[in-house]
Design a protein around this ligand. Structure first.
Ligand SMILES: CCC(=O)NCCNC(=O)CCNC(=O)[C@H](O)C(C)(C)COP(=O)(O)O
Length: 345
């Protein structure tokens, strides 16, 4: 979507306490090789709160920060792991907890690109009807045992627990959405199912998610692997190029980058060396202390950059994210205000 007349009224993050990499090592949860290749120094771990509960907490803060001027006419909740109940409506839970307007509350499942996919859908929904004012986007996941091993289920990425929220609005607030582009490559979807059959219930094949086995089945030969790496790299770069062009800007004009909370090796391969950007201008120094928040990385990254003063009014940010499937999104954001930071409720 080219330059838009939509704004990010506010955003927020709700994170549980972190466990350091050394604590995880001492408890046998990970190994030194993983810590070295990912560069992870800590990871947010929820011992009690589910994804939807953390998403609702973030939503309450985002709504406080936005103020009363943004009537919410749509709620989209993005996640991709267990939401705490087997057959239930997490988006309606967040709606019930946080809103009084009788708007649609819908789930978006786009794996790690879920927040940006929701942003695409919300932007189109608001643009389609001028009487619609704002949309609340939330993310929330808890990547915990027994079904998920945050250090080993997807080697190269350390998974964290947390919730995020963002309000997209017609009324100005924190930032202006200058452009938003999403690309897809469905031929890569088998990377996350490999040769596994379709099953009757979760975790029927193996007791813990193991994406490495699926990826190895999908990239049996070196040629397969090189093709996948090339497809990922090409689209990751193309989506950023298209978002910059749609916003009439260039990489040189970007003051800070909100990147996916991937491990250092993956980040280096996919973004840092490819784009020639200094890690210090990205969320990496912070994301390595948190971990991969599933769909929530771009919102958490924007929140971090604006609440820490790394981004101030008049600066420009590039958000980019990638999801299994694969899909890639990128957005150019112009910061227009300093976030109001009431305490997280
Ligand atoms: C499953 C959660 C999710 O949606 N993650 C986003 C998609 N995964 C990634 O982008 C992680 C990076 N992985 C890749 O780019 C592909 O797996 C590659 C490029 C085929 C091999 O990368 P590697 O696993 O060797 O680091």
């Amino acid at each position: 979507m080219p330059t838009t007349d939509l704004h990010i009224a506010a955003c927020a993050t709700w994170l549980p306490p972190t466990m350091t990499a050394h604590q995880a090592l001492a408890q046998g949860l990970t190994d030194q090789r993983t810590i070295t290749t990912t560069g992870a120094t800590a990871v947010a771990v929820s011992h009690h709160h589910s994804g939807p509960e953390m998403a609702a907490a973030a939503a309450r803060t985002a709504l406080d920060r936005a103020g009363p001027h943004h009537r919410i006419d749509l709620l989209l909740h993005a996640s991709f792991y267990h939401q705490g109940h087997d057959l239930w409506a997490p988006a309606s839970y967040i709606h019930h907890q946080c809103l009084t307007t009788p708007c649609p509350a819908i789930e978006v499942r786009q794996v790690s690109n879920g927040a940006m996919a929701a942003l695409e859908l919300a932007a189109a929904y608001l643009t389609a009807d001028p009487t619609r004012h704002a949309a609340l986007i939330t993310t929330g996941d808890r990547f915990c045992p027994p079904g998920f091993d945050r250090w080993r289920s997807d080697p190269g990425t350390v998974y964290a627990d947390g919730g995020t929220a963002l309000i997209l609005s017609r009324t100005p607030g924190l930032a202006r959405l200058r452009s938003l582009v999403t690309l897809s490559a469905p031929d890569l979807e088998r990377m996350h199912r490999g040769d596994d059959p379709f099953t009757r219930a979760p975790l029927e094949i193996r007791p813990t998610i193991d994406l490495e086995t699926c990826k190895k089945a999908f990239t049996r030969t070196t040629a397969d692997r090189m093709r996948a790496i090339s497809r990922v790299a090409t689209n990751q770069h193309l989506v950023i190029e298209q978002a910059l062009t749609a916003a009439g800007t260039t990489l040189d004009d970007i003051d800070a980058f909100a990147l996916p909370h991937l491990g250092r090796r993956r980040l280096e391969a996919g973004y840092l060396s490819k784009l020639g950007i200094d890690p210090g201008t990205t969320t990496w120094p912070w994301s390595r202390t948190i971990g991969h928040l599933g769909a929530g990385d771009p919102i958490a990254g924007l929140d971090h950059l604006t609440t820490t003063g790394r981004l101030t009014p008049g600066t420009r940010c590039l958000l980019t994210s990638v999801g299994a499937g694969f899909t890639w999104s990128a957005a150019v954001i112009d910061i227009t205000a300093t976030p109001r930071t009431p305490a997280t409720r």
